[in-house]
Design a protein around this ligand. Structure first.
Ligand code: HEC
Ligand code: HEC
Length: 302
């Protein structure tokens, strides 16, 4: 806050408090019963409205509120950029709570740090913490059951856009991923789009008119293989999905595929390393690996 704004706030607060005190003082000069008078309004002939001063106990409440405000404004931040005598701040309180939570969790995390990913995957306590982390940081996009939704990948199957190895999944969570599928509507034209859509459907065994799909195959070879590969199985380096299976990020209907091809898709998995730290990213990596397959055996055969 600049000094000017700070002064402005202080002046406004001071005017308000002084105004309240004046109002109290002005009202308290007249006491009940002494000089109560009517406002001059009467109804039904004899029903008069009195203008009585406030009872004393009520005035005391106002007085106490003003006193509270003064003490509060001296102790806590409230007057412009005045920090308050206690030095309290929201950030400090939050930091204290975070530090306390970190300290409480430290022995647990020290034990987790000593385990490798396979060890984490088998550790009940570690996976309990990871499930909570997933619920807090991932479920809003991937779903509480991690099965995803349109545009948000299902993490419980064996189909991976960006790779299924421990390193790949760690990198996905830590650094995030940006999937970019260019728009092909203009380059292909309406007829070309229909042909390519039929071909993509035929790739995963869906019924598609044979001649149209065959024409689409030729177009696929010139427009799509750079990313989705000559056989349509995708390329994990680019996040280009496998088009030959039944798993779809955006849906496998002709309509959904047409929309993908015509308009393109641009999607982002946010980076989480800075937010969560390395330890928690490791726990989540182990959890995501467990979603798709059972933990490796403990006898070293993994
Ligand atoms: C804001 C929404 C959002 C949040 C939060 C989010 N994700 Fe994602 N995630 C996505 C999207 C979108 C993609 C697909 C990116 C793309 O288009 O390639 C994705 C992709 C992934 C993938 C890659 C899937 C594959 O097939 O390769 C993994 C693994 C993943 N997320 C795990 C997580 C974990 C673990 C968390 C919690 C720490 C998380 N995500 C939080 C949106 C989100
Ligand atoms: C520059 C690389 C690139 C090219 C070229 C490309 N794609 Fe893609 N495609 C991607 C990426 C990356 C995604 C994933 C987008 C995302 O994660 O949101 C994708 C997604 C898709 C999907 C959605 C799959 C699903 O699971 O829902 C379809 C269908 C598709 N592409 C078809 C095509 C066709 C047909 C062509 C050629 C006309 C093509 N792509 C050309 C990179 C490419």
């Amino acid at each position: 806050m600049t000094a000017g704004w700070s002064l402005f706030v202080i002046v406004i607060v001071a005017i308000n408090i002084v105004g309240c005190i004046w109002l109290m003082w002005a009202t308290a000069r007249r006491r009940p019963g002494q000089d109560s008078e009517t406002t001059g309004h009467t109804w039904d002939g004899d029903l008069a409205e009195y203008n009585n001063p406030l009872p004393r106990w009520w005035l005391w409440l106002f007085g106490l509120s003003i006193l509270f405000a003064l003490v509060y404004l001296a102790l806590y931040p409230g007057l412009g950029s005045w920090q308050g005598l206690l030095g309290w701040s929201q950030q400090k309180q939050w930091q204290q709570q975070v530090d306390a939570a970190e300290q409480a969790a430290a022995p647990l995390f020290a034990r987790f740090a000593a385990l490798d990913t396979a060890g984490l995957r088998r550790d009940e306590a570690a996976m309990r913490v990871a499930r909570n982390l997933f619920a807090n940081h991932c479920a809003m996009c991937h779903g509480s059951d991690a099965r995803g939704a349109v545009g948000f990948p299902n993490l419980t199957n064996s189909d991976w856009q960006w790779g299924s190895s421990e390193q790949d999944i760690h990198a996905t969570i830590a650094q995030g991923r940006t999937g970019v599928m260019p728009a092909w509507g203009e380059a292909l034209g309406a007829q070309g789009v229909e042909e390519v859509v039929a071909y993509v459907q035929s790739l995963s065994g869906m019924p598609a008119p044979a001649a149209t799909a065959a024409a689409g195959a030729a177009r696929y070879q010139s427009f799509c293989i750079a990313c989705h590969g000559p056989d349509g199985t995708g390329q994990q380096l680019l996040g280009a999905p496998n088009l030959t299976d039944e798993v779809w990020v955006y849906g496998g209907t002709a309509e959904a595929i047409r929309q993908t091809v015509v308009q393109g898709r641009n999607n982002q998995m946010p980076a989480h390393l800075e937010l969560l730290g390395e330890q928690r990213v490791r726990l989540l990596t182990a959890h995501v690996l467990n979603l798709a397959s059972a933990p490796p055996a403990a006898d070293g055969s993994d």
